[in-house]
Design a protein around this ligand. Structure first.
Ligand code: GRG
Length: 282
C-alpha cells in the first residue's frame, strides 16, 4: 500500500461526515501529513499474509483517526500546550480549544464507526479487532499512558518511564500488528507474538522520538519540543544519548529477527517499512 493511496481512502472516509466546524477541524488535523506509520504497519502485516488491501482499509483509517485524536488532545493547553504539529499550528491554535476537544472526540468515535464497517472477513474477527483497538486506545492503554505521563515527576526512573512508554506509545504501535494478525486469522499464540513485537517497536520508536527531539529543531520535526519546556524525564535524559541509541537499534534489530521467523508470513514489506522508520530523521 502506498502512503498516498491510503491518504485518499482516509480522506474519502472522513468526507462522509456531515459538514460542520468540527468536521473542518477533524480534517485539518487528519489530513495534515504525518508519517502514517500505524496504518502502513497494518497493511504490511495483512499483505504479508496475502490478504487484499481492502480488508485492512477500515482499521487502517481507524488507527490513524485515533492517533490523530491523541495528538490533538495532547497538544491542548491542559496537556502539553503545544503550538506546532505536523508542520502546522496545532488544532486549538487554528480553531479554538472547544473545537479541538470536539475534533478529538469526533475522530475517536468515528474511528470505531469506521472499523466496524470492515468487509471480507467474519464478524467475529472484526469484533476481536475492535476489542484490541479499544483496549489499546483506552484507559488500560494509551489513555493510561497519558495519565501516567501527566503525573511523571523527577523521581521517575527508567522502569517507570518504560511503563509510561509501553502504554502511551507502545499500545497504538502494537495494535496494527496484532489486528493484522487477527484479520489474517492467526492463532492466539501468533497474535500474542505480534503484540510483543509491537511493544518492542513502540519502545524503540519512543527512544528514537526522544533522540530526534534533542538532535533536531522544531522546524525540522514539524512539531514543538514541549518535553524540554515542561522539564520531562525522557529515555535520553535517563540513559544518555548513546545508550538510548544502542538500545533503540537493538530493539529494532531483534524485532526484525523475530518477524522474519514468523511462519507463513512474507516479511519484506513490513521489515522494509520498519527499516525506513528506524532510519527516519523526523
Ligand atoms: C491524549 C489520550 C491522549 C494521548 C496522547 C500520542 C500521545 C498520547 C501524545 C503525543 C506525544 C508523544 C511523544 C507521544 C508518543 C507517541 C508518539 C511519538 C507520537 C507521534 O507519532 P508519530 O511520530 O506522529 O507517528 P505523526 O505526526 O508522524 O503521525
Amino acid at each position: 500500500m502506498k502512503k498516498s493511496e491510503f491518504e485518499e481512502k482516509l480522506k474519502l472516509t472522513a468526507a462522509a461526515v456531515k459538514d460542520s466546524r468540527v468536521k473542518e477541524a477533524m480534517l485539518y488535523s487528519l489530513m495534515a501529513g504525518g508519517k502514517r506509520i500505524r496504518p502502513m504497519m497494518l497493511y504490511a502485516v495483512t499483505e504479508g499474509y496475502g490478504l487484499p488491501a481492502e480488508t485492512a482499509d477500515a482499521f487502517a483509517c481507524a488507527l490513524e483517526m485515533i492517533h490523530t485524536y491523541s495528538l490533538i488532545h495532547d497538544d491542548l493547553p491542559a496537556m502539553d500546550n503545544d503550538d506546532l504539529r505536523r508542520g502546522r499550528p496545532t488544532c486549538h491554535k487554528a480553531f479554538d480549544e472547544a473545537t479541538a476537544i470536539l475534533a478529538g472526540d469526533g475522530l475517536l468515535t468515528y474511528a470505531f464507526e469506521t472499523a466496524v464497517k470492515t468487509a471480507g472477513i467474519s464478524a467475529e474477527q472484526v469484533l476481536k479487532g475492535v476489542r484490541i483497538l479499544a483496549g489499546d486506545a483506552g484507559p488500560d492503554g494509551m489513555v493510561l499512558g497519558q495519565c501516567l505521563d501527566m503525573q511523571e515527576s523527577v523521581q521517575t526512573d527508567w522502569k517507570a518511564l518504560q511503563t509510561i512508554h509501553h502504554h502511551k506509545t507502545g499500545c497504538l504501535l502494537s495494535a496494527p500488528l496484532e489486528i493484522g494478525a487477527v484479520l489474517a486469522g492467526c492463532d492466539e499464540e501468533t497474535c500474542g507474538l505480534w503484540r510483543q513485537i509491537g511493544f518492542d517497536i513502540g519502545l524503540a520508536f519512543q527512544l528514537q522520538d526522544d533522540i530526534l527531539d534533542v538532535e533536531k529543531t522544531a522546524a525540522e520535526l514539524g512539531k514543538s519540543n514541549s518535553d524540554e519546556r515542561n522539564e520531562k524525564v525522557t529515555g535520553v535524559s535517563l540513559l544518555g544519548i548513546e545508550k538510548a541509541r544502542t538500545l533503540m537499534n537493538q530493539l529494532y534489530d531483534d524485532s526484525f529477527a523475530k518477524i522474519e521467523k514468523i511462519k507463513g508470513f512474507e516479511s519484506d514489506a513490513l521489515t522494509g517499512l520498519l527499516r525506513e522508520v528506524q532510519h527516519r530523521n523526523h
